[in-house]
Ligand binder design. Structure first.
Ligand SMILES: N[C@@H](CCC(=O)N[C@@H](CS)C(=O)NCC(=O)O)C(=O)O
Length: 257
């Protein structure tokens, strides 16, 4: 279904778990296309009440006047359709578009799950840290229920993702391998990952890599390296020093422009 740019009278609604990097991908795309939207932030598991109402499970979900989009890539494709010509997320040239879509899929399928897995391994048992991260911007009542639901949610996360030292080490290697691929792409001095303009590939890479780089301009309150386990902090410092990590930091410096 194609919407014209002006057919959207009410602002779009974005259902999020605010700290989720897939939600950040959608949020960044909304900023880029400059369409008005309202974010509806939830703490897990309460997001399910909101996403379930429109036939989804996970966040982000974008709701327009006529449809609900329940996957970040579908959200970006839809936003691209309704975006003004000077704020498109995908190139017009079919070959370049294909390259963008291929990278977006790679980052969605591998990088996003790896950074989440690696990050949770280090912090899932830190009650105070998790409380701060999960409760940011969520409705008061949901945050107040954190002590009740977190012990259960923590084991859902641990079991759901099978978080063990071995699987976290694998996730770390996977992040490194994708960072190597991106560093290699950037080694010819290009300004953006594909073609000569900022695209969905750049948004997806930066948003999904952010947990491993912690850019200071991230819309969620910044975390300082000192408050993290030393091994995690030193891995983040090393990621920041790679060309791919430096690229994430650069994109975030312009995140709000
Ligand atoms: N492929 C999905 C992945 C989204 C995803 O994994 N969302 C996570 C947050 S990072 C979620 O909502 N988890 C909550 C749950 O499992 O109920 C997308 O790109 O939108």
């Amino acid at each position: 279904m194609i919407h014209s740019f002006n057919s959207q009278e009410k602002p779009l609604r974005l259902i999020t778990i605010p700290i989720s990097h897939y939600c950040e991908k959608a949020r960044w795309a909304l900023t880029k296309v400059k369409l008005p939207y309202v974010e509806e932030p939830h703490m897990p598991p309460f997001h399910r009440l909101a996403t379930g109402r429109v036939g989804g499970k996970l966040t982000p979900v974008l709701i327009s006047e006529t449809s609900a989009f329940t996957d970040s890539t579908d959200i970006l494709r839809y936003l691209n359709e309704i975006a003004p010509d000077n704020a498109k997320l995908y190139p017009i040239n079919p070959e370049l578009r294909q390259q963008v879509e291929k990278l977006e899929d790679l980052f969605d399928d591998q990088l996003g799950s790896a950074t989440r897995h690696w990050g949770y391994f280090y912090v899932i048992d830190d009650y105070k840290f998790m409380q701060r991260r999960w409760c940011q911007s969520v409705p008061f009542i949901e945050g107040a229920l954190f002590p009740v639901v977190f012990p259960w949610m923590r084991s859902v996360v641990r079991r759901g993702f099978n978080i063990t030292p071995e699987s976290a080490a694998q996730a770390y290697e996977q992040i490194k391998s994708i960072f190597d691929q991106v560093s290699e792409l950037l080694s010819d001095g290009r300004t953006y990952l594909v073609g000569d303009s900022f695209s969905a590939a750049d948004i997806t890479f930066a948003a999904l890599a952010a947990p491993a780089v912690l850019p200071p301009e991230h819309p969620m309150k910044p975390v300082s390296l000192q408050e993290l386990p030393p091994k995690m902090a030193s891995e983040i410092s090393a990621f920041r020093e790679t060309p791919a990590g430096a690229y994430v930091l650069r994109l975030y410096r312009h995140r709000h422009n």
